[in-house]
Design a binder for this molecule. Structure first.
Ligand SMILES: NC(=O)c1ccc[n+]([C@@H]2O[C@H](COP(=O)([O-])OP(=O)(O)OC[C@H]3O[C@@H](n4cnc5c(N)ncnc54)[C@H](OP(=O)(O)O)[C@@H]3O)[C@@H](O)[C@H]2O)c1
Length: 264
């Protein structure tokens, strides 16, 4: 897929992975629509891109009932949407029994319902175009679980179920789905994670700090988009946990148990 002049809408574009994807796609000559809540951070990203075709569209994924309105606004920018990159999301740091229902709903609203609502609003546009690609940033935690990440892992597992099914429904419309499972990437994800009462963690984690640089991640992602892949893992040695779980489930679970015991 040649990306020059393609119109790409990126959520979670105000920092981390989304910002790095925007930077890489600007170099490929894409026209960009950048979304997140913080307009000032979106402006900062736009100014750093030094690309002329960049449209800022602030959205709050928790308010996903507005997805059709956002899509109408997005279309005013360049008249079409070739690629939607559903990247915006939040993480969690709280045991299940210490996580209140409102916080669980907040995580699911942003990571799952917001993501899905946006795709459902954009799909008719892509159907009319008879072309399009939806890129979904899930996680290796869409493949297994970890302590203090129950709702986060659930939201990422749910994305797999939705998009693996959706892909089959829209082959006839020439719409492709790329599911992307990052390992540990060096962003503010741990700092921006929520505790069980919904307040911010505001503290980095070693996993994040030692993770892959977002710019390296973005280069690999753009290659996957260009080569029409359906699924990709992007990260470092932590990615081995996925085949390990399949091949050696008992050892995998005993390691996970040791990890959870350490956390208590
Ligand atoms: N970093 C990792 O190790 C890792 C691993 C696996 C998966 N991921 C996934 O990668 C994606 C990007 O995360 P990141 O690592 O780049 O973390 P990040 O730096 O915290 O970025 C999160 C992005 O999501 C946006 N966002 C958060 N809540 C939002 C809301 N209610 N409405 C709209 N946008 C919202 C944030 O912008 P505003 O605050 O301006 O709204 C920000 O742009 C997430 O889906 C995350 O789950 C990350």
């Amino acid at each position: 897929m040649n990306l020059t002049n393609k119109v790409v809408w990126i959520t979670g574009a105000s920092s981390g992975i989304g910002e790095a994807i925007a930077t890489q796609l600007a170099k490929e000559g894409c026209k960009l629509i950048l979304s997140a809540r913080r307009t000032n951070e979106l402006e900062r990203v736009k100014n750093n891109l030094m690309a002329k075709d960049v449209f800022i569209l602030p959205i709050d994924l928790e308010q996903h009932q507005e997805a059709e309105e956002w899509t109408k606004k997005a279309l005013t920018a360049f008249g079409k949407i070739d690629i939607l990159i559903n990247n915006g999301g939040i993480s969690q740091k709280s045991f299940a029994l210490s996580t209140n229902t409102a916080t669980e709903q907040k995580i699911m609203n942003i990571n799952y319902f917001g993501n899905v609502a946006l795709s459902k609003a954009v799909l008719p546009v892509m159907q009319q175009q008879q072309s399009g690609k939806i890129v979904v940033i899930t996680s290796i935690l869409g493949k297994f679980g970890l302590p203090e990440l129950t709702t986060y892992a659930a939201s990422k597992h749910a994305l797999y179920g939705f998009y693996e099914s959706l892909r089959l429904e829209h082959v006839k419309d020439n719409i492709q789905i790329l599911l992307v499972a990052p390992g540990f990437i060096n962003t503010n994800a741990a700092i921006n994670a929520v505790k069980g009462d919904g307040s911010l963690v505001n503290e980095n984690s070693d996993a994040q700090r030692n993770g892959m640089q977002p710019s390296v991640f973005a280069k690999k992602l753009v290659k996957a988009i260009q080569s029409n892949k359906k699924h990709i893992y992007i990260g470092s040695k932590e990615l081995l946990s996925v085949p390990f779980k399949t091949l050696f489930p008992n050892i995998f679970y005993s390691i996970m148990l040791k990890m959870s015991a350490k956390k208590k």
